[in-house]
Design a protein around this ligand. Sequence first.
Ligand code: ARG
Length: 459
Amino acid sequence: MAKLWAGRTAGDTSKLADDFNSSISFDSRMYRQDIAGSMAHASMLGAKGIIPADEARRIIDGLQTILDDLETGKLAFDPDCEDIHMFVEQVLTARIGDAGKRLHTARSRNDQVALDLRLYLRDETDAIVGKTKALIAVIADQAERYKDAILPGYTHLQRAQPVTFGHHLMAYAMMLLRDIDRLRDGRRRINVSPIGSCALAGTTYDTDRRMEAASLGFDGICLNSMDGVSDRDFCLEMLSALAILMMHLSRFAEEIILWSSWEFKYIELSDAFTTGSSIMPQKKNSDMAELVRGKTGRVYGDLAGLLATMKSLPLAYNKDMQEDKEPVFDACDTVKMCLDVFAGMIGGMRVLTGNMRRAAQTGFINATDLADYLVRKGLPFREAYKISGRIVARCIEEGAVLETLPLGEYRAFSPLFDQDVYAAVDLDACVNRRVSEGGTCVPEVEKQIAWAWTQLAAL
Ligand code: ARG
């Protein structure tokens, strides 16, 4: 096929080179953005008198028919076209004749592709924020339901101090709220228009970049045309934000997997979000959580790949940059799926509060409270810590627990112990005494939940 760029060369490249060069198999998904950009461009060219107004009109109408036909499936992408930009222009010219050939005035595929990708990523960012909000809402609902369910809080995966399940869940809500903040912040830098940068140096035509940018909903324009066509920071920033978001989902997934095991059995996932084994009839596997954890590596790879692609590119556009789209698409697709699956999984999980409480009753997770008790009686914390440690060691020897160790035995370690020690080591009391801001007591968890809801409402 004769190339639109056949000028200096005759354009008869080998089929192998054509296939290698082609990006239409993946950039065709930006057809809506490409057409919207071309409509805005034609409209600006017409308004500025760079092309006749009636031809601008015909271009826009022609583009609309292409959009409609692509949406309804009447028009199919031509795999022999180099990319989506060439495809749309070729179909346009086939449909409306010579007017179509004027569309590419004062434009290059270099600024066009940067424009399309920014428009695409802007929409994807909004979609991902929406799905993240939906997941946070599911988490906040579960946190409300289990705001006083006690389980061991862990450090080093060793039982540490009692916390509430609501508190634990809200930790993830906080992470995801930060993710939204990062995505929205990155969106400000996506939403700057490169169109009009042309190939790299700007143009000799009397264009109005700001008019074109405003008509596409941009907040401003790239102020340096060389930067405009070669900047992919907005992709890298989004990939970084998505990598961090996936890291959060992956940590959560890891806990879901642990909690679902017989070793913990704090939760049971719904049948809708688990799988069985083809050989072991008893199995209920948390495949969804495992896949989210697995796909995290994939999104990290998308980020690492694009960073590597960009690192040595001289200004301005280089064909290497065609490699920007697949990681961006892959990361967005992956994150959206993971967020949906996660919301379904968390919303439908059964929380086994009895098992959580049973686990909280072993492991001496009230030992800090025992030390705090002695501190309240006047002992310096370090001494109180030592005495409590000895008591724990004794309990382990005897198979006893702090809740029921006889007062006489307590007193053998310190005369400061009294009957009120039992109230001090009571699990509910341990939780409800943690009243510091952000702590695990029920009113503090309620505050965290309320705060999350106000954040979601404000978005
Ligand atoms: N398909 C190309 C890309 O994705 C479009 C820009 C091509 N520009 C060029 N001068 N070859 O980057």
